[in-house]
Design a protein around this ligand. Structure first.
Ligand SMILES: *Cc1c(COP(=O)(O)O)cnc(C)c1O
Length: 255
């Protein structure tokens, strides 16, 4: 049997991270004054990428990592190498979440945040299983683009869900809102409407709960638009390709 040898270009992860951090800082400077001054968190999206590359990012100071395949996250986060080489890693689960996945989610080591909470039943399922002294940080995923292929609640359902979490889920801490948005939006056309909608949704939620906008994260922006998102008030960007290079989906299926 013959194997095709693929030419492999290894990404310079430390250099990529440095470039993105510079991009983040200059985008923060460009924010209009009305936007709360919150330093964005960079979540390095490592789906399909091996531990060796995660370790390179970790050694370059990266701590927040995101995965969107739950099984992959369970395996990676529990690997003995991970515990030894990246003890302080903070995992974000950013994939589609369903109620039946709650018990698997509990098997993730160093789970820092569930970014994709999308309903009251899902919230209850996680709330009843989370057994830690600290509440689990959650973001409510809002389907701002209204596309059927995307998970998440509508902006009006968002208010209900937020109320539900506050009232009934003492093991969860509502840390903010998240959106993926429609793919391929051209930022030269002006502010991305998905990002505008998420910011508006935060305003409503903050009024409802009587909290300040700076106390709720906005997770929006990926490799191609993270600077644009930060200029619009994003406090959490999820960047994969720009750090780790293109993904090879031959082994893993997309969402
Ligand atoms: C894969 C993924 C990202 C990262 O996308 P890139 O374009 O590689 O930066 C961000 N958010 C979610 C939910 C993802 O699934």
């Amino acid at each position: 049997m013959k194997y095709k040898i693929m030419p492999q270009v290894l990404p310079d992860i430390a250099a990529n991270l440095a470039g993105i951090r510079t991009g983040i800082d200059s985008a923060v400077q460009k924010r209009p004054q009305a936007i709360p001054t919150v330093q964005p968190i960079l979540v390095a999206v490592s789906k399909t990428k091996p531990l060796s590359l995660i370790k390179q990012a970790y050694d370059a100071g990266q701590r927040h990592f995101g995965e969107n395949y739950l099984k992959e996250l369970v395996v990676k986060s529990n690997s003995p190498d991970m515990a030894e080489l990246c003890p302080d890693v903070k995992w974000h689960y950013i994939g589609t979440f369903q109620k039946k996945m709650a018990s698997v989610l509990m098997r993730v080591s160093n789970l820092h945040m569930l970014e994709t909470l999308n309903g009251a039943k899902e919230a209850d399922a996680v709330n009843s299983r989370w057994k830690s002294t600290e509440p689990l940080q959650v973001l409510v995923q809002v389907n701002t683009s209204g596309e059927e292929s995307k998970s998440g609640v509508t902006t009006s359902e968002c208010i209900e869900l937020v109320r539900h979490i506050h009232k009934n889920c003492s093991n969860l801490k509502l840390s903010g809102l998240m959106t993926i948005g429609s793919f391929g939006y051209d930022c030269t056309q002006g502010p991305n409407p998905d990002f505008t909608m998420l910011s508006e949704c935060r305003k409503t939620v903050c009024k409802e709960l009587g909290i300040e906008e700076k106390d709720l994260q906005l997770s929006m922006g990926m490799s191609h638009d993270y600077t644009h998102a930060i200029e619009m008030g994003s406090t959490m960007v999820r960047v994969g390709t720009a750090i780790f290079g293109a993904r090879d989906y031959n082994k893993t299926e997309e969402q």
